[in-house]
Design a binder for this molecule. Structure first.
Ligand SMILES: Nc1ncnc2c1ncn2[C@@H]1O[C@H](COP(=O)(O)OP(=O)(O)OP(=O)(O)O)[C@@H](O)[C@H]1O
Ligand SMILES: [Mg+2]
Length: 372
């Protein structure tokens, strides 16, 4: 089979690493010929994933297509689907998810628990909803990595809001953030991975590391799984989806958002689960039986983020020391240049002992630095 991926970042790279186990010819469409996935696919095609002709011409030679980012030309995918190319996730699922207004409407229509919201067209619309604050304003399209998300606690902060179509969500008092990966094959069979929990830096409120399986009550796990399954069953789309969830102060579970693709929160599954999220997506794309998503061992992920104050050709400080650590797996994404905040790689730790995971996660964070 000939399978194409739209986008050539680290998610595409790790997806291609898993492809080498199967009989598949891989294609990547991406503008940057030096992107992380460029050298791992059989055929690299330079082109803009947002351009109709680029996506259509890339896809029409293929049996199946998937994405590693949702900012793609959905019209072209829709046409390809009509012409018989398998597009997983389906173009209609991507269309709903890539726009946060449509996504929130989808949760409401399908009675999937998500915070209450209003739609705004301009910044001044916010003044109609002063009774609704504290709230979170989210750009309908074009946000990424938290850019396009603005907390508005009171009327005095309206000027921080977006002057473009957006959703205004009720601010949830978050106790824990989870991510749960769910997969559906073309027959409609589903699997759920054990959820991961995000551990935030108390001082900077930045993601510190992730733990999986998340330490949550059994009822919360059931609820999170039920929500994730309801999302894929309502989207009616084969593919792999990452559902971001909140547990609030009352221990209730809410969906934040869904990503229609492999996800940062599932990197650990390469070493820590029987079938990784990447392996699972290949099984879905190639119409093979689903894999076993269970954890072999608990794990943690530490992201390697470009250090503040350094920009240019990357140098990894502390790499030897981390590579010497037991049950620690380093993944560098092959990006030549670093800049503050850029995702340069990640490290997975596996251990039966959550204390060991926490200890090593902190140690790695303080040892391994992407500098220039
Ligand atoms: N309704 C809400 N109430 C409280 N906090 C929220 C709410 N929505 C989002 N947040 C906070 O903002 C973060 C980013 O929001 P969201 O996931 O919607 O944005 P994003 O741009 O897709 O970010 P990312 O790419 O990091 O996932 C969440 O992880 C959460 O910490
Ligand atoms: Mg998010």
């Amino acid at each position: 089979m000939k399978v194409g991926i739209l986008g050539g970042g680290q998610l595409g790279r790790m997806l291609l690493q898993a492809a080498t186990n199967y009989d598949v010819t891989t294609y990547v469409l991406e503008n940057d010929p030096e992107c992380p996935a460029a050298h791992l696919c059989h055929h690299f095609v330079k082109g803009n994933i947002n351009d109709y002709d680029a996506v259509y011409n890339f896809g029409k030679q293929l049996d199946a297509l998937t994405i590693e980012i949702e900012a793609v030309n959905v019209d072209a995918l829709e046409q390809l689907e009509k012409e018989g190319v398998k597009v997983y996730p389906t173009p209609s699922a991507i269309r709903i998810i890539k726009n946060k207004i449509l996504q929130k409407q989808f949760y409401a229509d399908n009675e999937i628990p998500s915070s209450a919201f209003h739609v705004t067209q301009t910044q001044s619309d916010l003044s109609k909803f002063t009774d609704f604050f504290p709230a979170v304003h989210k750009l309908g399209e074009g946000g990424y990595d938290g850019k396009g998300v603005q907390v508005i606690d009171s009327e005095s902060e309206i000027a921080l809001g977006f002057n473009a179509p957006s959703v205004l969500e009720k601010k949830i008092k978050i106790k824990k953030e989870l991510a749960l990966i769910v997969g559906m094959n073309p027959k409609g069979e589903t699997i759920t991975f054990p959820p991961a929990e995000m551990i935030f830096d108390q001082i900077y409120n930045l993601l510190d590391y992730q733990l999986s399986p998340a330490k949550i009550h059994e009822k919360q796990l059931w609820k999170a799984e039920a929500i994730a399954l309801k999302i894929v069953n309502s989207l009616k789309s084969p593919g792999l989806f990452a559902v971001e969830l909140f547990i609030d102060e009352n221990e209730d579970v809410w969906v934040n958002e869904t990503a229609p693709r492999v996800h940062n929160s599932g990197h650990h599954s390469i070493e820590a689960n029987y079938s990784s999220q990447y392996d699972m997506l290949w099984r879905i794309l190639l119409n093979y039986p689903l894999g076993n998503p269970k954890a072999i061992m608990p794990s943690a992920i530490v992201n390697i983020i470009g250090a503040i104050g350094f920009e240019g050709d990357v140098i990894y400080e502390g790499l030897d020391e981390v590579l010497k650590m037991e049950n620690v797996f380093v993944h560098l994404y092959g990006k030549k240049k670093t800049k503050p905040g850029r995702k340069m790689g990640h490290v997975t730790i596996i251990s039966d002992d959550y204390q060991d995971l926490t200890y090593k996660a902190h140690k790695i964070k303080n040892t391994l630095k992407a500098k220039a």
